[in-house]
Ligand binder design. Structure first.
Ligand SMILES: [Zn+2]
Length: 497
């Protein structure tokens, strides 16, 4: 059996003024054929999963390019087309193949392409032929489009947010596609459109139990796979929103798949606003709450300025809030400021310098901080783990401002795990407050060291309330932009917004 695997992924915040070209992919993660590391990245786990199966079963694996750009704004036409055509050319050269596997995100938007993944999958189908099994792993924060469903035989999305299961779901994808290619199963996909933006965390209820039940449904009664595409509300595209995808074995189980997708979708809708997540604290509220909690550190997620949502991640609002509490030992990181990092590295560890930092990449970045700081530590590459992957924040520096330690990084990436701080010598146990630039991916790695976890409402720039931004391309009606067409979402199970 001949299997081709490649990966092309980013998440496009169509509201963000951070434009992406090919160099953004090459700077973040770019692995030409044969150079993919042994560890997966968030969206290239099918490469690693396919290698393991190929080695175990003697399959011929042909690796194409794998590339990722940190979530940001619109991708240039040339950037997308050149990477797409590079991969399609590799696929054409690999023919004949029985299985094509992709690691995708599912929310990439480029100039002229509102659905990059639908375009890529359809072109891959045209190259590989109707008999080839085509499968893709998706981030659950994808726009699950009819074009993607039509072109692929198997789509499997992450189930967990934080995305602790990207390798496990890649293994599911590879397994299903190999079974389909061997004629052991006949995947049939049905999708239920919730007509809502209803993403949820799976690190807490009701999402936690829901995912456990999704997992328990698989492999029984003709159901092969269950995915929820939560959607990505910062992408203004026609198919934005939450959808449930169920893959059944054979046409005779298609009705069962459709019914299950509808049942699960309506369960998500029944949560209403309670599904949206935890309480969010304004900066001063969060600091007051942290000071009332015994021990430390209290970890606070600045989730609306997380690079993972396609925004800059350089807003110093929490630094300013903490400077008003000079007695509170705190750390904030990692903020994106390659210019300040370069100055700190040139000055060297131990130097005391006047520094202007953060608050400059976008109109929503706030105002820069001017301060006399001590360069605490510098590194040529700050590498931090995220589950089985290793993420580079590039050259980085830790600076000290009174009782506050601040991590500045040259690459935009979320603060996935404590080594973002400890890698620069910052002892989190000595801190009362630790602020991370992450929406929820920090959760699994920080929970063991946190006295408490609080989520911040710093006001943006991520469009966390869809009703406050103007959507021009989203299909309507779509809750919460419109009243829900069949579920009374605003009266559904209580809870904070
Ligand atoms: Zn995601």
């Amino acid at each position: 059996m001949r299997v081709f695997v490649a990966s092309l992924a980013t998440e496009t915040n169509t509201f963000a003024p951070l434009y992406v070209d090919r160099s953004a992919f090459e700077d973040a993660f770019y692995s030409p054929p044969g150079t993919h590391p042994a560890t997966p990245t968030l969206c290239s786990a099918p490469v690693v999963a396919a290698r393991a199966r190929a080695a175990a079963e003697g399959l011929t694996l042909i690796e194409g390019t794998a590339s990722w750009a940190e979530p940001a704004g619109l991708v240039s036409r040339e950037g997308y087309e050149s990477l797409r055509d590079e991969i399609l050319g590799q696929l054409a050269a690999a023919l004949p193949v029985d299985v094509v596997l992709f690691g995708l995100h599912g929310a990439m938007v480029a100039h002229g392409y509102e659905d990059c993944e639908g375009d890529l999958l359809a072109r891959a189908r045209a190259v590989a032929g109707a008999r080839c099994v085509i499968g893709a792993e998706l981030d659950m924060h994808c726009h699950l489009t009819p074009e993607m469903v039509r072109a692929a035989d198997v789509l499997v999305a992450f189930k967990e947010f934080p995305h602790t299961d990207f390798l496990a779901r890649a293994e599911d994808l590879v397994d299903l596609c190999l079974r389909a290619a061997r004629g052991q199963v006949r995947p049939v996909t049905r999708v239920f459109d919730c007509r809502a933006m209803s993403g949820f965390m799976t690190s807490r209820e009701p999402g936690r139990g829901f995912v456990d039940r999704m997992l328990a449904l698989e492999g029984k009664e003709g159901i092969l796979s269950v995915s929820v595409a939560h959607g990505f509300q910062a992408g203004d595209v026609p198919e934005v929103g939450t959808k449930v995808l169920v893959i059944a074995d054979g046409e005779h189980n298609a009705g069962r798949a459709a019914a299950l997708a509808e049942r699960l979708g309506n369960e998500i809708l029944s949560w209403g606003r309670a599904g949206a997540g935890p309480r969010h604290y304004r900066p001063d509220e969060a600091i007051a709450a942290a000071l009332a909690i015994a021990g430390g550190p209290v970890v606070m997620a600045d989730r609306w300025d997380s690079p993972g949502g396609g925004v800059a991640g350089d807003n110093p609002m929490m630094i300013e809030a903490l400077r008003a509490h000079p007695d509170v030992p705190a750390a904030v990181g990692a903020l994106w400021d390659p210019v300040a990092v370069a100055l700190c590295r040139a000055a060297g560890a131990g130097a005391r310098i006047p520094l202007r930092f953060c608050g400059k990449a976008a109109p929503t970045s706030g105002r820069p901080v001017d301060a006399e700081v001590t360069v605490r530590a510098v590194t040529a590459d700050l590498v931090i783990p995220f589950e089985q992957s290793l993420v580079s924040l590039g050259p980085a520096a830790a600076i000290t401002l009174g009782s506050l330690d601040i991590v500045l990084a040259s690459k935009r990436a979320q603060t996935f795990s404590p080594p973002a701080f400890t890698g620069l010598g910052i002892d989190l146990a000595a801190k009362k407050i630790v602020v991370v630039k992450s929406s929820n991916h920090f959760f699994a790695a920080f929970r063991p060291v946190a006295a408490e976890i609080l989520y911040l409402d710093t006001g943006g720039p991520y469009p966390y309330d869809p009703r406050r931004v103007t959507y021009r391309r989203a299909r309507r009606p779509l809750w919460p932009l419109d009243p829900h067409p069949w579920a009374d979402m605003d009266r559904a199970a209580g809870g904070q917004a």
